[in-house]
Ligand binder design. Structure first.
Ligand code: MSP
Length: 510
């Protein structure tokens, strides 16, 4: 059984920003966690390339839509590689196998008698690619998200019979685990309880999109096309898979992780479209919060957009991942503050974790011939118990996608071990020959704790985790599965310890 997880398919109006980086890093941590547990993971990401917004952007840049899309799509792939995102499939909605899936899907929806021709009148936000409920019908009305004027539309469109699925959608959204976090469920329940209205799934006068079969002047509405990207992402380009083949390779998705602004599309429109085509809806839709910078919404016009490239070159992968995963509770809004960022990285990663490893490995090398100590009774029951509790809580949080709390468990364990080291002062004890066994005991247990910390960090900070484990001479192949390696007391006795190198640089305020 596959575990299928998706990011949204990002619009290619621009290269990745902090918001897209955030969702992608969250999905990466979850995908890595599931793989470490031995699950067969399918991690899907990609880009949403059609629609008026992209067509206009290309025109503004005086390039063809296709070359614009090629360029930005490449920059997404490049970016995700630089950030070591472990995606399994990257879907572009301009690929031909995606078009095949869209057409095949559309035919199924027609067969269910869910498509009809109608007239769509209303105010449209090109930024959202969405009609807005707007009672005043005033041209000056702006989109609350994009702060741009809405555009009036009055055109013949193909409609999807969403209203037919009222009851079934109610049942789906009432399932305990379908919409998370729970607080976001109300917003969707309210929307659905007002009565679902059919929505238009085609546009006329728009070239940049997939042509609707048999309706030459129509292209598919970008959301209808894009949502299906989750399914074409499963198909294999080379073999030109049909819808059914793709569905057998990892559908339904276990979780779509998206921002709160696009929850309605994923929790209402998408399941209804799938039901119409006789396909099982996804199991869960998780709507995360929005990121601000120093308390302010980020935007080009405000000139305060945080560029992921800059973050990567200035701070590196691990610090940014730690901040996004540990400081922001998935589901809540988060704020990127430079001072807080620097403080957290220096306290948590450089001082609490990095220093602990560095000084304990150095002491062991100094006192035990560059090795871990040799001793008979190696297990400190209290530390062992604390570690087990940490591990259990970590698993239970991670399983509920509470990654911040899982990360905090690691940190609390490291704080506890620092305290243990400081209270026991092996550097004083070593001065008396008779204390040698006690010193070995302390050092062994601290190093073993560092090993467990390194292992627990694996899905969250893959690079830093690797550095910690290498510093302890632990290799991936040692002791079998990740879960097994977390058993206490597996650090080998009298094993060579490489020369310690700082695993993380301290950051300076800007
Ligand atoms: N193309 C659609 C998704 C189609 S999925 C089949 C889309 N793309 S987007 O590029 O505009 O947005 C992608 C994601 O970025 C959304 O989940 C959105 O919520 C998220 N974010 C955009 N700005 C954000 C922040 N400032 N903070 C966090 N996430 C934000 O919508």
């Amino acid at each position: 059984m596959k575990f299928t997880i998706t990011t949204p398919l990002y619009y290619v109006n621009d290269k990745p920003h902090l918001g897209s980086l955030y969702t992608t890093i969250v999905c990466d941590a979850i995908a890595r966690y599931k793989r470490l547990l031995g699950e067969d993971v399918l991690f899907i990401t990609g880009v949403d390339e059609h629609g008026l917004k992209i067509q206009r952007k290309a025109k503004e840049r005086k390039v063809t839509p296709q070359s614009h899309c090629d360029e930005i799509s490449d920059s997404f792939i490049e970016n995700w590689k630089k950030w070591e995102i472990s995606f399994d499939s990257f879907i572009r909605t301009t690929s031909s196998h995606h078009e095949n899936i869209v057409n095949e899907f559309f035919n199924k929806v027609i067969d269910s008698n869910d498509i009809y021709m109608g007239v769509q009148k209303g105010w449209y936000c090109v930024g959202c690619e969405e009609f807005k409920d707007n009672p005043e019908n005033s041209a000056s009305t702006q989109c609350p998200i994009h702060k741009k004027n809405l555009e009036w539309r009055d055109e013949e469109n193909l409609f999807f019979r969403l209203s037919k699925y009222q009851k079934q959608i109610e049942n789906i959204i009432n399932q305990e685990d379908f919409i998370e976090p729970k607080e976001r469920r109300n917003e969707i329940t309210n929307f659905v309880s007002r009565g679902l209205k059919d929505f238009s799934i085609s546009r006329t006068n728009l070239d940049w999109g997939i042509k609707v079969p048999k309706y030459n002047s129509h292209t598919f509405y970008v959301w209808f096309d894009a949502l299906l990207g989750y399914i074409s992402a499963i198909s294999k380009e080379e073999t030109n898979n049909t819808l059914n083949d793709s569905l057998n390779r990892g559908w339904p998705a276990n979780i779509h992780i998206i921002g709160k602004d696009i929850l309605r599309f994923h929790a209402v429109y998408w399941p209804a479209m799938l039901l119409s085509a006789g396909i099982t809806p996804p199991k869960k839709v998780f709507g995360h919060g929005f990121l601000t910078r120093e308390g302010q919404k980020m935007g080009k016009s405000l000139g305060n957009v945080l560029d992921p490239d800059l973050l990567l070159s200035r701070y590196g992968n691990d610090p940014v991942r730690w901040f996004l995963l540990k400081d922001i509770s998935l589901g809540n809004d988060g704020d990127f503050q430079n001072k807080r960022f620097v403080d957290i990285i220096n306290n948590d990663l450089a001082n609490t974790i990095g220093n602990l490893l560095n000084r304990s490995a150095s002491m062991s090398r100094k006192w035990f011939k560059n090795k871990t100590p040799f001793l008979d009774n190696k297990i400190d029951v209290n530390i062992n118990e604390f570690a087990n509790k940490t591990i259990n809580k970590y698993f239970s949080y991670f399983d509920k996608y509470k990654i911040d709390l899982a990360a905090n468990e690691i940190l609390n364990f490291a704080i506890y071990i620092n305290l243990y080291l400081n209270e026991n002062e092996p550097w004083t004890l070593i001065k008396e020959e008779e204390n040698i066994e006690q010193v070995k005991f302390i050092i062994y247990n601290v190093l073993e704790s560092c090993r467990v910390i390194g292992l627990l960090l694996k899905p969250i900070l893959p690079t830093l985790s690797e550095k910690i484990l290498m510093q302890l001479g632990e290799r991936d192949a040692d002791h079998g599965s990740w879960r097994n390696r977390l058993n206490w007391g597996l650090l080998p006795l009298e094993a060579e310890l490489p020369k310690p190198k700082p695993i993380i640089e301290k950051l300076e305020y800007e």
